[in-house]
Write a protein that binds this ligand. Structure first.
Ligand code: ATP
Length: 364
């Protein structure tokens, strides 16, 4: 990264710890509901990722907080304030979108000052707050440049500085890294994490369709699909104990196996499997992560023919057909990998085999 690291001095953002609360928020365009009864709370100082595929309603939810869309029903709170009817500039939010959105004809320092001037901040304060925001994002040496004289990553830092300069109660980030190349994205992700450590009271709502960004940065992840919230929990909860098949396959790769359930255990094609999770009812879906499936004998052993083999440098992915279903094992690179059609045994530990809740209920 060519810019210096974002370093935090005195916080430029608000020191009032305010969370965000969606209460039954629905948004529709014509007859199409694009956000359906969203109930979600972002705690003060929390980083919440809104994760979901394209068109699932993430940006709409963010824009409802910013005040750029009006809910058909429901209310949005920032801290204790019901902001549902407030115009955007009265909400105290900083927002950064994917495409930098800097004013091309303004120098960096003027871009960062823009929100402060719009807010009619006292003239004597503006210079200091701009300098502080630029210092926090590592861009103080670039104050006199125009956006066209900056790299994409530097422009996005300026956009973040501009959002922080107004000392927002909450920071809204809409795919802020998706226009950057992979290497720069990884660096910026670490910078954002550091920035939040320096501004622990700032609540952040972070829209992304990239599970790595969500897993890396978020305290909790809200998983959205088709206008609805499907699951919400810490990255570890969602990864280890997903509530729905959608979460299991969207947050990390997953083997999802249809199994019969009886007497507190599952079974697949007559083989009894010790599992964790919701062992009620007569059938269920078992989630096992490929890297937790081993090749060879062990607990919960299943036998089948190899239907797929991929070499990935440090690992092999071996897919095995077991009673008409496929189980993929991601194992350390094998010296003598099996061939397609070979009979092999795969296994997994009970604590790594999670039976999804019946009906895909949201966790409490
Ligand atoms: N101004 C609008 N008029 C009509 N439909 C809209 C408008 N804005 C968004 N939509 C629709 O609302 C749905 C949700 O859009 P939204 O931008 O919230 O999704 P998203 O999850 O953020 O997707 P992406 O990751 O692609 O940005 C989409 O089907 C989209 O086409």
């Amino acid at each position: 990264m060519s810019a210096p690291a974002m370093t935090a001095a005195a916080p430029a953002a608000g020191t009032r710890a305010s969370g965000i609360r969606f209460e039954g928020v629905s948004v529709a365009y014509g007859d199409t509901v694009v956000l359906d009864s969203l109930d979600l709370t972002v705690e003060p100082g929390e980083v919440m990722a809104l994760l979901g595929p394209s068109g699932s309603g993430k940006t709409t939810a963010l824009r409802a907080v910013a005040g750029f869309v009006t809910p058909a029903s429901g209310r949005v709170f920032i801290g204790d304030r019901d902001v549902t009817g407030l115009p955007p500039y009265k909400r105290g939010v900083g927002m950064v979108v994917q495409q930098y959105a800097l004013f091309p004809h303004m120098k960096v320092e003027d871009n960062v000052a823009f929100g402060l001037k719009a807010q009619k901040a006292p003239r004597g304060e503006i210079g200091g707050r701009v300098a502080e925001a630029l210092r926090m994002t590592g861009m103080d040496a670039y104050a006199g440049r125009y956006p066209r004289e900056l790299s994409g990553g530097q422009q996005q830092r300026v956009a973040i500085a501009r959002a922080l300069a107004i000392q927002p109660d909450v920071l809204l980030l809409d795919e802020p890294l998706s226009a950057l190349d992979a290497q720069l994205r990884a660096g910026m992700l670490a910078e954002l994490a550091r920035l939040h450590r320096e501004l622990p009271d700032l609540s952040i709502l972070y829209v992304t369709h990239d599970q790595v960004e969500a897993l890396t940065l978020a305290d909790r992840i809200a998983v959205m699909d088709k206008a609805r919230l499907r699951d919400c929990g810490t990255p570890q909860e969602l990864y280890r104990r997903p509530a729905t098949e959608f979460t299991a396959s969207f947050v990390g790769n997953a083997n999802l196996l249809r199994v019969a359930v009886a007497d507190g255990a599952a079974s697949l094609d007559g083989t009894r499997l010790e599992v964790s999770g919701d062992v009620t009812g007569t059938e269920g879906t078992l989630c096992v992560r490929p890297h937790l499936v081993g090749l060879g004998d062990g607990p919960n052993a299943l036998r089948g023919a190899v239907t797929g083999l991929q070499w990935r440098g440090s690992s092999h992915r071996v897919t095995v057909a077991v009673a008409g279903q496929e189980v993929t094992a991601e194992v350390r690179e094998l010296r003598t990998p099996p061939g397609l059609g070979d009979e092999v045994t795969v296994h997994f530990a009970a604590e790594d085999a999670h039976l999804l809740p019946q009906g895909g209920a949201l966790r409490g």
